[in-house]
Design a protein around this ligand. Sequence first.
Ligand code: BDR
Ligand code: CA
Length: 319
Amino acid sequence: QHKVIYDTDPGVDDAMALVFQALHGDIELLGITSVFGNATVETTTRNACYLAARFAPGVPVARGAQAPLKRTAPEPLGWIHGDDGLGNLGVSATLDGEARAALDARPAHRFIVDTVRAYPGEVTLIAVGPLTNLALALAEDPQVATLVKQVVVMGGAFGTDGIHGNVTPAAEANMLGDPDAADIVFGASWPVAIVGLDVTQKTIMTTDYLAAIRDRGGEAGRFVWDVSRHYEDFHRASAELDGIYVHDSSAVAYVLAPHLYTTRSGPVRALTEGIAVGHTVQKPVSLTVPAPDWDDRPSCTVCVGVDTEAMLALYERTL
Ligand code: BDR
Ligand code: CA
């Protein structure tokens, strides 16, 4: 079993990935940490509490950063994830005492440090929002980098199909959310795997696929359908897709079945300034000239290919 802390900004696809983890027997959820991103941290924390109460009862939620390390918080992405961050399901009205009870007293970065220290060498961090909480955990206790089993990040884009971003031509949303934090996380001495747009935009849940989940996946399946209606409208309008990209659940799939992904190794930087702020760049193994800003950094594993059918089958089976 993988002991997981899920760092997240729910978020429609974050919620779909939470259900995936909660239902899969190979994952033991130790906690959920919230961060600003798809909505304000007030909203993403409330959503995390709601999701925990409904799908992962007893799993604590720790509230995280409300803004990036060095900049002001970006505008919530209401037109993508709904004004409530959960596809306009109206969750705020339904948050009751049970949901609030999940809330841990500690801030997210403290929760991460304490939990990693409680299970040295065992904890996998699945991070699917801006990476601020992870950078704050490293700042608070740099040794956590040596105590974490692995960090799996949904974020970035490495241009395998000419795609470098989804919010600017050069940047993916989670990287642009806090580029300084991303560059810190990719430079720390923990094993990092990055599941970016190179694979998440190749993995598509079609309307028919989601309807099958709705019809055969019980309460969780019906929730996945309901929560994704607004998100699907956004994909139809913006990308003419008959379905949705599978971003955050791809990070979960990587933890469960890394063999479904082809990868490249090498140090990674996130650009923190200029017109390409938030852009992610990996030094290729084939580049033998010195690259001083990359060479003294640890190698990261970047996903560049995916067996989409097997990934989608894994999610469907789990639901
Ligand atoms: C990422 O950005 C967010 O909007 C999604 O939840 C996902 O984590 C995709 O770029
Ligand atoms: Ca997310």
